[in-house]
Design a protein around this ligand. Structure first.
Ligand code: HEM
Length: 108
């Protein structure tokens, strides 16, 4: 990890451009939306907060989802009848996912 001006360089280059007052090239993405808020009102959303959001999202989105997928697969494979039922009736999948999210434990 590298720090520029005390900010975690999750958005390489943008921090420096902002410090230099150069406008970054906004794109149709969440980072640009966050930076647009900062450019408009730096107190409303600081670069540290943007870095923190961008840093934590991959974890919030990845660990949870892979855990749920792994848990669901394990639960289905533990009982071949359960697996066969879901394969034969795909409409059962939403309930199987919800059930898996409610069950304790992580896939290991
Ligand atoms: C199976 C998948 C997921 C589960 C079980 C899950 C579960 C949760 C839970 C329980 C919270 C509340 C945490 C709290 O209040 O302390 C939360 C918050 C959050 N999740 Fe997920 N999550 C999942 C997938 C994702 C994905 C894919 C993303 C984004 C890519 C994501 C982004 C977030 C964010 C940003 C928050 C904070 C919301 C806030 O503070 O307002 N999550 N999640």
């Amino acid at each position: 990890m590298s720090y520029i001006g005390g900010h975690l360089a999750v958005v390489p280059g943008v921090d420096r451009e902002l410090q230099l007052g150069v406008r970054y090239q906004p794109a149709d993405d969440m980072t640009s939306d966050l930076l647009a808020i900062h450019v408009e009102d730096p107190e409303r959303l600081t670069l540290d907060e943007i870095s923190s959001i961008l840093f934590s999202l991959p974890f919030a989105g990845h660990e949870t989802t892979t855990g749920l997928i792994g848990n669901a697969a394990r639960r289905l494979l533990e009982d071949p009848d359960r697996w066969t039922a879901v394969v034969a009736q795909p409409e059962l999948i939403p309930a199987a996912v919800t059930e898996s999210a409610l069950l304790p434990g992580r896939a290991s």
